[in-house]
Design a protein around this ligand. Structure first.
Ligand code: GLP
Length: 264
């Protein structure tokens, strides 16, 4: 079973997520981190930057691979995930830019780019820890419902609900991309550890379907049930539709990791 950590509030869930990333960077300075975008991750990166500075922690040996990028957006487009990551994280830490990877949204042939991205992850030795958000329809990266649960990095058309949810990042006069290059579900599942963060009641149904529903392409995040090392960090609202909520809270009171310490 996944480790399900239900935190008392959003702030505590965000700090816990940032701390796990920091712990990985500290324990393995040459780690390969899989990163994610989305509104949920913005405060996580802010916390990460602040804590790394405070603890004088270097990211110089890390390699990062982001989940996805919009097809058609060059890296310097303000809404590209490349610029978002630069703005939120990479501009503020000592991680050499060439060690940070996102698919190139403006590649001449996006399919070739997708295959090269998958190969680059493999060549880096695979991902040690993959950070994940979750879409309201249960998507991971941009693997929309119906995505193959064995898929590798490729191009996906965005669901209309995703276009609607992400339209807030684009100006009224800006055309939003309709396709993305995304790591596949298989790519994500090959990461040695997964760390999913969900905040707020708009994610409650997707979280319940992912963690307690059947494993199905209708909810791509449900594949997490098959991963041997997955931690899910939630706030109260995101956990609100979980049937076994009391059980998870009993095992990890307040979202704290509690290790087996004998009988009680
Ligand atoms: C996008 C990203 C996903 C992310 C999702 C949720 O679609 N491709 O990786 O999990 O949005 O984003 P938010 O955190 O803004 O709800």
């Amino acid at each position: 079973m996944a480790t399900i950590l239900i935190h008392p509030d959003m702030r505590s869930a965000i700090i816990a997520t940032a701390e796990r990333l920091l712990l990985t960077a500290k324990a393995k300075p040459g780690a390969v981190l899989g990163l994610a975008t989305g509104g949920t991750m913005e405060p996580v990166y802010q916390e990460l930057v602040e804590q790394a500075a405070r603890k004088r922690l270097s990211f110089a040996g890390l390699t990062t691979f982001n989940l996805d990028e919009y097809v058609g957006l060059a890296g310097d487009h303000p809404q590209s995930y490349r610029s978002t990551m630069n703005r939120l994280l990479f501009d503020h830490v000592d991680l050499p830019r060439e060690q940070t990877h996102l698919p190139r949204g403006d590649a001449e042939d996006p399919s070739v780019e997708a295959r090269a991205y998958e190969a680059a992850i493999e060549a880096a030795g695979g991902i040690d820890l993959q950070l994940l958000g979750i879409g309201r329809n249960g998507h991971l990266g941009f693997n929309e419902p119906s995505s193959s649960l064995a898929s590798s990095t490729r191009i996906k058309k965005l669901a209309s609900s995703t276009l609607k949810a992400n339209a807030r990042f684009f100006g009224d006069d800006e055309r939003m991309p309709t396709h993305a290059i995304t790591m596949g579900i298989g790519t994500i599942m090959r990461a040695r550890k997964l760390l999913m963060l969900a905040i707020g009641d708009s994610k409650a149904d997707a979280v319940a379907a992912a963690l307690e529903g059947p494993v199905t392409t209708s909810c791509p995040a449900s594949i997490l049930q098959f991963h041997p090392d997955v931690t899910v960090v939630l706030d109260q609202e995101a956990a609100s539709c979980l049937k076994l909520r009391d059980f998870y809270e009993d095992i990890h009171p307040g979202g704290q990791e509690v290790y087996f310490a004998g009988t009680r």
